[in-house]
Write a protein that binds this ligand. Structure first.
Ligand code: NDP
Ligand code: HSE
Length: 437
């Protein structure tokens, strides 16, 4: 199906947002023009652009494009067939623009996972009813073509689980912390300078951005509506250099993972820092790289790795969506038609079962370990190992436990009880241990 437009000679693109991603898209379309011409039936031409500040120097020549002060005006622009929304935000101009573009029968390409996580199902319905593309490869795992892979190459499979490193900023920070021994706060600024972080970096470090992406992956994997509210989310603020050292000693790496699994009691979606065996594939994915692992009932395990953030990878994903539209390849946003997406409940809170890591700071005095161990015994938590490295009577010392299979609910009760022990001087650091291969 070719895209119809007034000139009939090009796919005409309006870009809203000229920051890291928007400028990358302009650059890629210019620099790789010959490649795109070879692969697409029609040239892909930027005709109009929009951002807040017209005078800002963006290191690209924008003089040949129409400028719109109001990004929503791109949806009315007579020379725009496809709107590329790379402003960001779950509401405001990004949402208004996409809704108006669909109402005006224009295709939409977006990198905005926050918006899709909140309104993806409704937007997919409107786009599909109008026969339009709502394409968002850049929204999940940056340059990794994971949406294409799940909607096309893996589409014949019943997906059993999907998990991955879904935030480049966090993976960069955790890698730097491990390699240099620095603390979290020292490394965050670097990730911002490199263009990896969200406008509000708390979205990255508190796990929200990874959860936005996980909610989208879950919908594609299990043919269900997007359910951000059903995700248990925490981030990496509490991961300390000391936890990273203990992880290494125990044979693990710390990663912020998004994990989604279909269980008999509903969908279990979790985003949190966790320990993974050092020899697991995902443990070796460092820096800004993301990885997504899917398990399909016929294909088996599939692993995709690539840069998860930054100008080049994100622009690559946005332009691949534009190429699909130019080639007439328009699929339902979440693979299954939006009208058929199921409402699957979230698995009950605390139902995850697995081994856990607990680190406490305790006053080094007789009987403390016995008190802590009694709490574990009372909650039926079986210990796998314990580390108390130094002896320093009367001082605070770290004590680390790893457990055998335990439910999140049991661990939560243990932590509550430990909070009442006077010798435990700060809230315990808890991480699940994910036995991935
Ligand atoms: P930036 O902050 O670098 O750029 C945002 C752009 O939007 C700027 O050009 C800004 O204008 C413009 N803008 C902001 N508010 C308005 C408004 N009210 N009206 C008009 N224009 C506005 O963001 P990124 O390029 O990093 O991210 C854009 C989107 O891509 C977000 O949804 C993000 O989550 C997503 N994304 C980003 C990735 C990355 O690595 N950076 C990777 C994957 C997805 P001005 O420049 O004039 O201030
Ligand atoms: N802030 C996001 C990240 C950008 O660091 O992964 C890519 O979605």
């Amino acid at each position: 199906m070719a895209v119809e437009n007034a000139s009939g000679r090009a796919l005409r693109v309006g870009i809203a947002g000229l920051g890291t991603v928007g400028v990358g898209v302009v650059r890629l379309l210019e620099e790789n023009r010959d490649i795109l011409l070879q692969h697409c039936p029609w040239p892909i031409e930027v005709t109009a652009v929009s951002a807040r500040d017209r005078r800002k120097n963006r290191d690209v020549d924008l003089s040949k494009y129409d400028w719109c002060d109001d990004p929503v005006a791109l949806a009315d622009h007579p020379k725009v067939d496809v709107v590329v929304e790379v402003i960001g935000g779950a509401s405001g101009p990004a949402k208004a623009l996409i809704e108006k573009a669909i109402a005006n029968k224009k295709h939409v390409v977006t990198a905005n996972k926050a918006l899709l996580s909140a309104h993806g199902t409704a937007l997919a319905r409107s786009a599909e009813q109008a026969g339009l593309a709502l394409a968002y490869e850049a929204a999940v795992a940056g340059g990794i073509p994971i949406i294409k892979s799940m909607r096309e190459g893996l589409a014949a499979n019943r997906i059993e689980h999907v998990y991955g490193i879904l935030n480049g900023t966090c993976n960069y920070i955790l890698t730097q912390m491990r390699e240099t021994g620095r603390e979290f706060a020292d490394v965050l600024g670097e990730a911002q300078q490199l263009g990896y972080a969200e406008a509000d970096p708390s979205f990255d470090v508190d796990g929200i951005d990874a959860a936005h992406k996980l909610s989208i992956l879950t919908a594609v994997a299990f043919g269900c509506e997007v359910d951000f509210a059903g995700i248990r989310i925490s981030g990496i603020r509490n991961v300390s250099a000391m936890d990273i050292e203990y992880a290494t000693e125990l044979g693990y790496r710390i990663k912020l993972l998004g994990l989604s699994r279909l269980t008999e009691r509903g969908i279990e979606q979790r985003v949190h820092a966790c320990m993974v065996p050092q020899n697991a594939l995902i443990a070796k994915v460092d820096g800004v790289y993301n990885a997504v692992v899917t398990q399909g009932n016929f294909v088996g395990q599939n692993v995709a790795i690539g840069r998860g953030a930054g100008q080049g990878p994100t622009a690559s994903a946005v332009v691949s969506d534009l190429m699909d539209i130019a080639r007439g390849r328009i699929l339902p946003a979440f693979s299954a038609p939006a009208e058929t997406l199921k409402k699957i409940p979230a698995a009950p809170e605390g139902s995850h079962v697995g081994p856990f890591y607990l680190r406490m700071m305790v006053v080094d005095r007789p009987g403390v370990i016995a008190e802590v161990a009694a709490i574990m015994r009372d909650e039926n938590v079986s210990l796998e190992s314990m580390i108390q490295r130094s002896r320093s009577p009367g001082d605070r010392v770290p004590v680390v436990f790893t457990t055998h299979e335990t439910s999140q609910a049991q661990v939560t009760r243990v932590v509550e009880k430990l909070g009442k022990v006077s010798a435990v001087v700060e809230p315990p650091h808890v991480m699940s241990i994910e036995q991935l291969s």
